[in-house]
Design a protein around this ligand. Structure first.
Ligand SMILES: Nc1ncnc2c1ncn2[C@@H]1O[C@H](COP(=O)(O)OP(=O)(O)OP(=O)(O)O)[C@@H](O)[C@H]1O
Ligand SMILES: [Mg+2]
Length: 502
């Protein structure tokens, strides 16, 4: 192997599932000491490629070369032994075991045949220090935050001497600070010569963190940029989506009418002072705040997930007793939660059934029989509108790529006009092309008179689609800005803790 050879390369890799060719003769290389972005629309084949790398899937054809040698890993354990570690979004630690036990799973240090707890602890501490974590090795993993678990996974990979690492959308549930910490570590790993493959939908991350980028589309290799200097954002988007994408946010001014959603003095867990705000009919209001600002808590109170201590919520002039999500839904307030995977998806049902869940509820409430013709049509329409990539409407939703599952669930909430639509992080994990479609749908609903409340931690998204922005910080609303006043600087100033410099 010469110095110019990539540390890792894929050669005509093909992966077929029944009815789907997830990868089609994909070839590219990843240099040692570089961070290589892997990009593409939902369902393009990114996670599948990572699963082949980790030995979880076996390719239909083609091969991968690691360290100049052709490899075919038959299990993740074998890949780890060869120095290849993949950090998935669903982390693979054992929650009931301690951090130290997880770090050394399958290779506990022994002394005279007995488990050597002292050495286990010490070695675990060393590894945790390498990823800058001061958590005790004796903590049970189930008690750690997601970010901490991710760090433990990385420490585990380091413990096995991983020289090649891959990450699948690692920041999608991390706060800004946690993301910063993760980036530091990934950069350190690169500087030590590790070859890093990094899957993301966030364009800023590509330019911030990555040295090179590969784009997949429909399972095929589109382009590999060995350096990103001179490669524009528009060019990357075009290679992912296959067309120019203009006017992503579809913003257009709409007439507003009073009396949509009125919230007065709403107070409960997670808030510091009672919150008052209003959203007109036909208006889109964005809530922005850093993680921990109280946005999700406010939504939970608003939608009856957590009973409020005090306050009044009125929808179209009628006071709503928010004591359960069902009461909120009956009053015409629909809530699409942040963690759709946990709260939203029924993995053993088909895509169509998942899309029609809320529609079905409406039909039943009206005392009508289930109109299966309508359901089939609705599912087909939504799949088409949101570009859900699925072999058919009857495919189990659990078999779809992560982002396509998100789209299908979102379709459920965007299927019918409601009085108030509350969306928590609606585009997380969703590719750029589909995001644009979703913004268009949100505008259509607003134009039909729906009051939309959208919470997002992506500032450009909030500024791009909202008519008005409320900023939260430390459990209170710190600013209300009309669209012309909502500049990135003004919003960030209100979002940062009092006294912090912008
Ligand atoms: N176990 C499986 N069985 C059947 N089809 C599968 C399986 N795993 C993946 N697929 C299909 O392969 C294609 C590629 O999926 P993959 O998860 O690799 O996409 P992705 O690029 O990671 O997308 P996302 O950005 O949404 O995470 C999709 O059409 C998906 O439905
Ligand atoms: Mg994926």
């Amino acid at each position: 192997m010469t110095r110019a050879d990539p540390a890792l390369s894929f050669e005509a890799l093909t992966m077929e599932f029944p009815g789907v060719r997830a990868l089609d003769q994909v070839s590219f290389g990843v240099r040692g000491g570089s961070i290589h972005a892997l990009m593409g629309e939902n369902g393009a084949g990114k996670s599948t490629l990572l699963k082949i790398l980790s030995g979880a899937y076996h390719p239909t054809a083609g091969s991968l070369r690691h360290g100049g040698v052709s490899k075919r890993f038959t299990s993740t354990a074998e890949a780890l032994r060869a120095g290849v570690a993949v950090i998935y979004q669903e982390l693979h630690l054992v929650p009931e075991m301690t951090v130290a036990e997880n770090l050394f799973l399958g290779r506990f240090p022994r002394h005279l045949g007995f488990l050597d707890r002292g050495t286990l602890r010490k070695e675990a501490e060393l590894l945790l220090r390498r990823v800058g974590q001061d958590i005790s090795p004796d903590t049970r993993v189930g008690r750690l935050s997601l970010a901490q678990r991710q760090m433990v996974e990385i420490a585990k990979a380091l413990g096995r001497g991983a020289r090649t690492m891959a990450f699948d959308e690692p920041t999608s549930s991390l706060s800004a600070r946690e993301t910063g910490r993760l980036f530091e570590i990934i950069r350190e790993l690169r500087d030590q010569g590790t070859a890093i493959l990094y899957v993301t939908h966030r364009m800023e991350e590509v330019y911030d963190l990555c040295d090179a980028a590969t784009v997949l589309r429909d399972g095929k290799h589109v382009v590999t940029h060995e350096v990103l200097t001179g490669v524009t954002r528009d060019a990357l988007v075009k290679s992912m989506v296959g067309r120019e994408l203009t006017n992503v946010y579809h913003y257009r001014p709409r007439p507003h009418a009073p009396g949509g959603l009125e919230v007065r003095g709403l107070f409960g867990p997670g808030l510091r002072v009672p919150v008052t705000f209003a959203v007109a009919r036909g208006e889109i209001v964005g809530f922005f705040g850093l993680v921990g600002a109280g946005r999700t808590e406010l939504l939970r109170l608003l939608c009856g997930v957590v009973p409020p201590v005090s306050g009044e919520v009125r929808i179209h002039g009628t006071t709503l007793v928010v004591d359960s999500p069902r009461a909120a839904i009956c009053a015409g307030l629909v809530f699409c939660p942040e963690d759709r995977k946990k709260e939203g998806i029924i993995g053993v049902r088909s895509v169509a059934e998942n899309i029609n869940l809320s529609a079905r509820r409406e039909h039943l409430r009206a005392g009508a029989f289930i109109d299966s013709g309508w359901e089939t049509r609705n599912a087909a329409t939504q799949i088409e509108r949101l570009g859900v990539r699925t072999a058919s409407a009857d495919t189990l939703i659990g078999l779809l790529s992560g982002g396509n599952q998100q789209k299908a669930i979102l379709a459920r909430w965007l299927s019918e006009p409601v009085r108030v639509l509350v969306l928590d992080e609606p585009t997380r994990g969703i590719d750029v092309g589909a995001k644009s479609e979703i913004y268009g749908l949100i505008h259509d609903l607003a134009a039909a008179g729906t009051s939309v409340v959208m919470v997002s931690s992506e500032l450009p998204e909030v500024l791009g689609i909202a008519d008005r922005v409320y900023v939260m910080r430390e459990g209170l609303v710190s600013a209300e800005l009309s669209r012309p006043k909502a500049t990135p600087e003004a919003v960030m100033r209100a979002a940062l803790p009092a006294g912090a410099a912008v």
